[in-house]
Design a protein around this ligand. Structure first.
Ligand SMILES: *Cc1c(COP(=O)(O)O)cnc(C)c1O
Length: 470
């Protein structure tokens, strides 16, 4: 027998692995062939490891029971929802990895009613004929922004790509070097422009761009002047940039399209909540920007969507482009977006109805009390942790307003018998998972993004997690 064959004899056969308890237990939930193939895959993986020497033939990992356990783990994603609820105790409100904005109850109801049956998605009840998907939000968006026309697509990255492609393909768009944003993932403005067949003409330097830079770059190939909100970074110090309002005369003189990607895009002023002033979408439109794009699930507090508002001729051209079909918004998103936008018609009720607004508005003193109550609840249990009420900051998140720190409080948990990472990992294994921030060897529990309904459950999970019960 060759050395290799000898080596492979240390692996168990599939049917032996299948007879082990971890896989037997799954037989009531999964068909036999699924379990067999998981066992085969696991054995194959260890065969590879044996052959390349990453596992030795006497390793514990090769025991039949261990292989069955690994195979059972491979089946877990088939048994429980992978995309599921978590409690966001990070203090980051529009946490992109945790799904950005929580939706308003109105939006949830509309989603449910549209999802469970048929709808007017592309049907006009007046004429009984085919209708337009965008019609459901266009009137709301033109009302709220003052724009002539509006269109919605899958997300803002798509909105920027679509608008640039439809309006500038084969031509040049001028952008400041200070605004060549990378949003995360693969969304980089220069690459988006390239994908859209638009030639990028960078002007100015990273920290300073002047009106004359734009002026000098204009030539017969120029079609668009593009402003991009530097959502997720700030250039500070010796800086200057050119506001859209200053670019407007230049665009008009030269027959160019002035486009602005606002990133977050706000429909109302958020300074009352201690957030910095930024022009709203309506102000941007009023200033004369031809095409404005922004996200549905950032500061707007709605579902993932890309909103495009602007002059009717531009929006029409964008809507007719084939990419618009590829990037079209789905009906559940549209339902949520329409409900969310409608809330903005009554700004005085926004605070009550839109979760993200409520989170912005929470007073630090109220947060302190909530954290104190949670602390007392946990302290009464004699848990092996040190609990402290500490000053903290909440953040906007979602790549918006990176420098903003909303004064807040947090419950700091310092485990005494184990590492903070182990405790954090255990908290993530609950349903719902609890996601705190890990900072200075402690868990920070910030309640700004935790609803009152979730608070009781959060306390229970923390207790069980700290005690080691999963
Ligand atoms: C967030 C952001 C985008 C991307 O928006 P999504 O809705 O996440 O696709 C594009 N541009 C800017 C400036 C942004 O801040």
């Amino acid at each position: 027998m060759s050395g290799q064959q000898e080596l492979l004899r240390s692996l168990p056969a599939v049917d032996r692995v299948l007879r082990e308890e971890p896989l037997q237990r799954l037989l009531t939930q999964l068909p036999q062939d699924v379990l067999s193939s998981a066992a085969q895959q696991t054995i194959a993986k260890f065969r590879g490891k044996l052959l390349d020497g990453t596992v030795s033939k006497d390793s514990e990992q090769l025991k039949t029971r261990q292989i069955a356990t690994a195979a059972a783990k491979l089946c877990q994603p088939l048994l429980q929802p992978s995309l599921r609820k978590v409690i966001n105790a990070t203090g980051t409100l529009l946490h992109t990895n945790l799904g950005r904005a929580p939706l308003a109850p109105e939006a949830l109801q509309t989603i449910a009613s549209v999802a469970e049956g048929y709808s007017t998605l592309e049907f006009d009840l007046d004429t009984g004929q085919r209708g337009k998907r965008h019609s459901h939000v266009e009137r709301l968006l033109t009302q709220l922004t003052g724009a002539e026309a509006a269109l919605v697509v899958n997300n803002n990255a798509g909105a920027v790509l679509l608008a640039l492609t439809a309006l500038g393909k084969g031509f040049e768009a001028i952008v400041s070097r200070g605004e060549l944003v990378e949003i995360g993932g693969a969304f980089r403005i220069p690459e988006v422009m390239e994908a859209g067949g638009v030639l990028l003409r960078e002007v100015g330097s990273s920290n300073r761009t002047h009106l004359r830079d734009y002026q000098q770059a204009i030539n017969e190939q120029t079609k668009i002047l593009l402003k991009v909100h530097t959502s997720n970074y700030r250039i500070v110090g010796f800086t200057s940039d050119v506001a859209a309002t200053e670019l407007l005369p230049l665009a008009k003189e030269n027959g160019l399209i002035l486009m602005e990607d606002l990133g977050s895009g706000m429909l109302c002023d958020l300074t009352p909540f201690g957030l910095p002033y930024e022009p709203t979408v309506a102000e941007t439109v009023k200033a004369g920007v031809d095409v404005v794009t922004f996200s549905g699930d950032k500061l707007l507090g709605g579902p993932q969507a890309g909103l495009i508002v602007g002059g009717a001729e531009f929006v029409k051209k964008i809507a007719r482009h084939p990419l618009a079909r590829a990037l079209r918004i789905d009906k559940l998103t549209l339902a949520a977006l329409e409900s969310t936008l409608r809330l903005y018609l009554q700004p005085d009720q926004l605070l009550q109805k839109l979760p993200i607004m409520r989170m912005f508005a929470i007073e630090p003193e109220a947060q302190k009390q909530r954290c104190q109550q949670l602390l007392e609840r946990l302290a009464a249990e004699n848990l092996p942790v040190e609990l402290t009420l500490v000053k903290d900051f909440a953040r906007v998140g979602g790549g918006s307003m990176p420098l903003v720190e909303l004064p807040d409080w947090a419950l700091q948990i310092r485990p005494s018998g184990e590492s903070v990472d182990r405790l954090a990992r255990r908290l993530r294994s609950f349903f719902p998972a609890v996601i705190p921030r890990v900072q200075n060897d402690c868990l920070m529990i910030n309640l700004r993004a935790v609803t009152e309904d979730e608070e009781g459950l959060l306390g229970q999970i923390l207790m069980a997690g700290i005690r080691g019960e999963v």
